[in-house]
Each structure stands twice: as C-alpha cells, then as structure tokens.
Design a protein around this ligand. Structure first.
Ligand SMILES: [Zn+2]
Length: 491
C-alpha cells in the first residue's frame, strides 16, 4: 500500500517523512464521542494557521535576486501546503490521542533542552499511512496510522525523535536552500538550454536532467537519514527512553499491512450481517490485462524498487550497538490505539477508500474486537458502495490497489466489492438497517443511518432531497464527527 500522506506531501517536504527515512479489551464507552466535528483542523487549528502566515516570514539569505526569489517561492509553498492541509481537515485534535503523543514529545523535549529549547507544535494527521513527518518551523506531524500500528511507546518515541532530529539538523531548511540554489544555477540553466536547442527528444532529455537531480538528492538524503537516526538515539537516551534497533525492521513492513491475510474466507465476515456473499463474486470473471494470472505465493519478497524504504536493514545494522539490553517495552493504552484506529477508519470511509476501510474492520474482527461501532461502519460501507454504484462511481469508491501490495484476501474483497450485483447490494443495505447492534449506538450514528437511507431511497429530484436530509442531520447533530460526511451532500 503506498503511504498516502507521504504522497500528498510536495517533494520538498516529502523528503523528511519517516519513511523516506524509516519512516482483550474493554469497549470504548459508547456515550462518549470519538471527537466532535469542531475538533477537525479547519476549526481546531484556525488560530495556528493564521499565526503560520504571520511568523513564517522568509529570511533573506541570497544577494543574488533570482535565487532569493526562488527561495521565497519554495518557502511560501511550504507554508501554503500546511495551511491547505489544515483547511482540508487532514488533522484532528482528539484529546486522548493528542495528550498521549504530546506526552512522548514533552518527554523528549525535557531531556534535550539544549537542542530543543522550544517544544514543537504537534499535529495528528488522520492518514492511515504508518508515518510521521517534520516540516521545519518547529512543527511535526504524527499519523494515526503510526499510532495504530506501533506496539510500544518506545517505538512511537523513536519515530518522533527521528523527526525532531531532522528539525534540529535543519534538514527541511537545508533542502529548501539546495533547491533554490540548484534551480537558479548555471549548470541547471545550461542543461535546459541544451535541451531547448535540440529539436528532438526534448522530453527525454528534460527527464534526464530531473533524474540526475533526484539521484544526487537521494544519495544526499541517505546521509540525512543516517544522521537523523544517530541523533534520534541520542535524544532517546537523554530522555531515558529505551531503544531497540529491531524497531526499524518492524517499521519496514509497516506499509504492507494490506498483505496481512484474514483469519477466515471473506464471505464469513458478511454472514453475521445476514449478507450472503457468493463465492463467484470474489473471483474475476474475465481475463484481461488487469486480471492476468497472479501467484500470490511468489509475492513475499518485494523488489527493492517497489519498497517505499529499501534501506531499513542498513539502518538496523547501523544502530544495533545502541540497543538497550533487556528493554522493557511500555504498552500503548488500548483506548489510545483504539481511537487512532477509529480516526483512520472513519477517514478512509469519508475519503471513499471503501475496500481498505472494510479490510481494516475485518482485521479488527480477527483480533476479537466486537465493538458495535465497527458493525455501524460495515453498514456505512455497504450503503456507500450502493450509493456510488447508483452514481456510476463504484469503481472509484473501491479504490483498487495493485496486487503487489495486497494479500489474496484483500484481492478477493476488492473483487467482490466490484462484482456484487446491484440488486444484492440494495438488499444488503436494507437488512443492515434493522440489525441488533443499532440498539447500542448513540443518537448521531442512528441519525446518520437515516441520512444514508434518504440518500439511497430518493427517486425524483434526488439532489434536492439529499441536500435537505443532509441539512437536517447537520442541524440536529451539529457537534457530531459525522457532520463531515453530511457536508458532502449539503448542496
Ligand atoms: Zn527521516
């Protein structure tokens, strides 16, 4: 699974994410909301967004006018990226998850006051990608995907320490300077001129220039990574937080979680909801380019070029000596992991990545997690799929993932979501509206059920009817996190 938040970052910022680098249980109280609609970053971080504009003033570094202009462009691009991400609600301020991660950050800051005189602003990114990123300007972001994947407080601390190290070593700033200098250099202009003089193969020559640049940068980038790793270990030791080099190996497999098999055949996960899945739907009917025979057994070792972070073995070897002997790992509280997981599952649903969202829920079922919130989400996914189908948009909502990144079970699920006939989907929608789990869900979830029903039963003048159902939801449950979904249908 390609890490999505990572890909969302513009190139200059992307370099410092974790992965170019690295990279039995009580139910949650149903009464308490996970977070409110107002906890999403557009509202919760409105103030921080405005202060970004005021305080991120580009310094004057170059006497050369052109270089300074380019530098300012890149600098402003970074501020604009963060501002847009805040406006797009990429981040959420959920109290418990925030306090937990911020506590680890505070621990690292208090042990390293010389290097970290000021505590950075922490943002919790709702992305499912197992990742964190430093953006310079004393801001770091930690993804819900990392919190959900991590097995210990120490593992999260390593990733945060690594990102803090990028900021301490001023890697993001250095990268902006290098870009400004390169793109205004004589060398770059000469190669561009050469291309323009030549009538033929302009495109392939242009490509070579950029490739040359990125190879140069990626070599450079490896030094940055190993410097950030070494400093991360120092930060951890100063804060008396344990370190184990094996964390790097585990994080290496982090983006491969959709390759984790399910405990049961796909149809077994549908039957508790009285949805009968036919085996044939999980198999491709035709043989075309996209359906070529594929042996999932041969798939265990990925080509290095396909991996997002091929160098984790080297990082393990380089830091092995710093491993603390007899390290006792600190478990992450169940409710923190559970909340992080729900944050990213809801986000996948709202982003219309329905297969990934449903697969995650099935993996939760495999862990024995029977919280009715996940049943509610299965209902939402089925409703969402039927709605997309009516809009002739089903293919997009399945969000096909290439076979290289997924398990046989994920493939079967993705194929089924593609092939369940519309009549059966409609029937699934109607049976799941009256299942027993609804009795233990809060009012806003039941309100969302009514909105979904309105979206999926409307006949004439559909858009207008949908908008008024959405508005009714927004007025009745104005604090609900599900307002985010209702908002898509407001007009
Ligand atoms: Zn890094």
């Amino acid at each position: 699974m390609p890490p999505t938040a990572f890909l969302r970052l513009p190139k200059a910022l992307r370099l410092f994410s974790l992965f170019c680098c690295l990279a039995a249980v009580p139910a949650l109280a149903q009464k308490a909301q996970l977070y409110t609609y107002q906890d999403l970053s557009k509202t919760a971080y409105a103030r921080q967004k405005d202060s970004l504009k005021k305080f991120w003033i580009c310094p004057t570094l170059y006497t050369e006018k052109e270089t300074q202009k380019k530098y300012r462009e890149i600098w402003d691009g970074r501020a604009a990226y963060i501002a847009t991400a805040i406006d797009n609600n990429n981040y959420v301020k959920e109290d418990e998850v925030y306090r937990y991660v911020d506590g680890i950050l505070a621990n690292l800051v208090s042990g390293n006051q010389g290097m970290l005189p000021q505590k950075p602003l922490l943002l919790i990114d709702r992305s499912a990608a197992v990742n964190a990123y430093a953006i310079g300007g004393n801001i770091i972001a930690v993804n819900a995907g990392l919190i959900s994947f991590a097995e210990s407080r120490e593992e999260i601390a390593l990733v945060i320490a690594h990102e803090l190290s990028h900021n301490i070593l001023q890697h993001p700033d250095q990268s902006m300077r290098e870009q400004a200098e390169y793109f205004t250099s004589a060398e770059y202009k000469k190669s561009l001129d050469d291309v323009l003089k030549n009538e033929y193969q302009r495109f392939s020559k242009l490509k070579k220039i950029f490739e040359g640049y990125s190879i140069d940068r990626s070599r450079h980038h490896r030094y940055h990574e190993s410097d950030a790793d070494s400093l991360a270990v120092v930060l951890l030791k100063n804060s008396h937080i344990g370190f184990d080099a094996r964390f790097f190996l585990r994080l290496d497999s982090a983006d491969m979680q959709y390759r984790q098999p399910l405990a049961h055949p796909v149809k077994a996960y549908f039957s508790p909801y009285n949805m009968q899945l036919e085996d044939a739907w999980t198999q491709k009917r035709s043989k075309g380019l996209s359906t070529r025979n594929y042996n999932f057994q041969d798939n265990n070792k990925l080509e290095d070029s396909l991996k997002t972070h091929p160098d984790c073995d080297a990082r393990y070897a380089a830091t092995l000596k710093a491993t603390d002997a007899g390290l006792n790992l600190t478990a992450i509280p169940f409710s923190v992991k559970e909340k992080a997981n729900r944050i990213l599952i809801w986000n996948l649903f709202d982003d219309l990545k329905l297969t990934a969202c449903l697969y995650r829920i099935f993996l939760e079922k495999d862990k024995g997690n029977n919280d009715p919130w996940y049943d509610f989400m299965v209902h939402n996914i089925v409703q969402g799929l039927y709605y997309s189908d009516k809009q002739l948009n089903r293919f997009r909502s399945i969000a096909i993932v290439p076979k290289e990144y997924i398990s046989k079970d994920y493939y079967a699920l993705q194929t089924a979501l593609e092939q369940i006939p519309r009549e059966n989907l409609q029937q699934f929608c109607s049976v799941s509206r009256s299942l027993a789990f609804w009795q233990s869900l809060p009012a806003d979830a039941v309100g969302l059920k009514s909105l979904m029903a309105a979206l999926n039963t409307g006949e004439s003048n559909e858009d207008k009817a949908n908008a008024s159902a959405a508005k009714a939801f927004l007025e009745t449950y104005s604090n609900s996190m599900y307002c985010e979904f209702a908002n898509h249908f407001k007009q």
